[in-house]
Design a protein around this ligand. Structure first.
Ligand code: PLP
Length: 451
């Protein structure tokens, strides 16, 4: 019989746990508790199979930037499926959605980032980047430049290549990551690792680790440095102000390509089109996904500079995905960009929502459990701590208190994620001030109940 929203939740959960393997989920826990079955969504609100509603302070997985329920995207997808559901962009063919989306992205992206290589996801796009930067240097007669420097606690995806770029040790413990020639330096996470240094001193010290690494490994062996403008999945780590200017200086000095992974920061999250603009850096490549289509269709890509496109385009790049530039996903992304632009949603983030959130969110620092409470654009983080002054961690398992807090959020109709003992948010960009009030009130109740 058909499996529908109308089946009893317990039956759906039993089928789910019997047949569906979930990403980043403990299967035994799932079998015991059953997954929450999400059935519908509108605006910033999700509904589950039992009729509960939740304010989705994570925008799905950092991606539903324009909010749920925008029928225009459904219409565009249906129209495109009828007209041309699929054709590839390999072997000297193209189609209008891929042409239009790449031209639009070239217009939106800063500087001379004028060329797009499409992928199906952020992970695939970062795999493209690994091969593209190494191929670029090889084609320029410097095949020795193959090392990519990344950061500990970075997240760049889950494929073998992108998972290797990432600095999540719990991922490296499984399946043989990282691949060779990926090197990780420390992250600019002042709250957790700053010790007695001021944030400014610490930011500089962490940026200079890039210079030390380049000198140790050899300038002629390093191809690129990759980083998220604001580390997202690592716990919304906002670098001290001294960090990014120094990173840019070092990349320029040693001719190291700078890859900004904009998968979360892109498309308005930090109050500009791209996090690189907020951080005032000039990347050679930007990784994009998520907010590119607001998650309505799977699509990602790499936006690259004129120089890289010229070199790579002077021969054949033996790389590509069946769904590179998928016409339905590209059409949906284009419609999403139209909405972001015409409704000035990024102006709403910059002028209304982000300042409003910042004020309300900072207030959480008065809570006895909360140390740092920060936000940038519409990304927020709070550090849970037993001792604000020493920035101490809780005794016992790291993340145990964060887990309880996340469960108390659910009980208070709020979806907030925990990374260890940090709580993080990244709501849809269309969130209104009164919805931010609701978010912060529910978060406060959840914190009160977390002991
Ligand atoms: N890069 C960053 C910064 C991300 O946050 C993510 C996903 O969370 C990825 C890459 C991987 O993207 P995807 O899950 O679409 O493969």
């Amino acid at each position: 019989s058909a499996i529908t929203n109308h089946m009893p939740t317990a039956e759906l959960q039993a089928l789910d746990s019997a047949h569906h393997m979930h990403p980043f989920t403990a299967g035994n826990e799932l079998a015991e508790k059953g997954a929450r079955v999400i059935t519908r969504a509108q605006g910033v609100t999700l509904t589950d199979s039992e009729g509960n509603s939740f304010l989705d302070a994570m925008a799905g997985l950092w991606c539903v930037n324009i909010g749920y329920g925008r029928d225009e995207l459904a219409q565009v997808a249906a129209r495109q499926m009828r007209e041309l559901p699929f054709y590839n962009t390999f072997f000297q063919t193209t189609h209008v959605p891929a042409i239009a989306l790449s031209a639009k992205l070239a217009e939106l992206a800063p500087g001379d980032l004028n060329h797009v290589f499409f992928a199906g996801s952020g992970s695939e796009a970062n795999d493209t980047n690994i091969r593209m930067v190494r191929t670029y240097w090889a084609m320029k007669g410097k095949p020795g430049k193959s090392i990519i420097i990344s950061r500990k606690n970075a997240y760049h995806g889950s494929s073998v290549g992108s998972g290797s770029l990432g600095g999540m040790t719990y991922m490296h413990e499984q399946g043989g990551l990282p691949i060779p020639d990926i090197h990780h330096i420390n992250q600019p996470h002042w709250w957790a690792e700053g010790g007695d240094l001021s944030p400014e001193e610490f930011g500089l010290a962490r940026a200079r680790e890039l210079e030390e690494a380049i000198e140790r490994l050899g300038e002629d062996r390093v191809a690129a440095f990759i980083a998220e403008p604001v580390q997202g999945a690592g716990g919304v780590v906002i670098a001290p102000q001294t960090y990014w200017p120094e990173i840019q200086r070092i990349c320029d000095k040693y001719e190291i390509l700078l890859i900004a992974d904009e998968v979360i920061c892109g498309f308005g999250r930090t109050g500009n089109w791209f996090g690189s603009q907020t951080m005032n850096i000039r990347p050679d490549i930007m990784t994009i996904a998520k907010g590119l289509s607001s998650g309505y269709a799977p699509i990602g890509g790499s936006i690259v500079s004129d120089e890289i496109a010229d070199v790579i385009g002077s021969g054949e790049f033996n790389h590509g995905y069946t769904y590179s530039g998928h016409p339905v996903a590209a059409a949906v992304a284009l419609e999403n960009l139209r909405i972001l632009e015409e409704e000035d949603i990024i102006g709403h983030v910059r002028n209304i929502a982000a300042p409003y959130l910042e004020k309300a969110w900072k207030g959480l620092a008065d809570h006895p459990l909360v140390g740092e409470a920060r936000s940038i654009g519409l990304m927020g983080t709070i550090a849970l701590t037993p001792d604000k002054d020493s920035r101490a961690a809780f005794a016992g398992d790291a993340g145990a208190v964060g887990y309880i807090c996340r469960e108390r959020c659910f009980a208070n109709n709020l979806i907030m994620r925990h990374v260890g003992d940090r709580m993080i948010i990244s709501p849809p960009l269309v969130i209104r001030p009164e919805e931010i009030d609701t978010l912060v009130a529910r978060a406060t109740r959840a914190l009160d109940e977390t002991y």
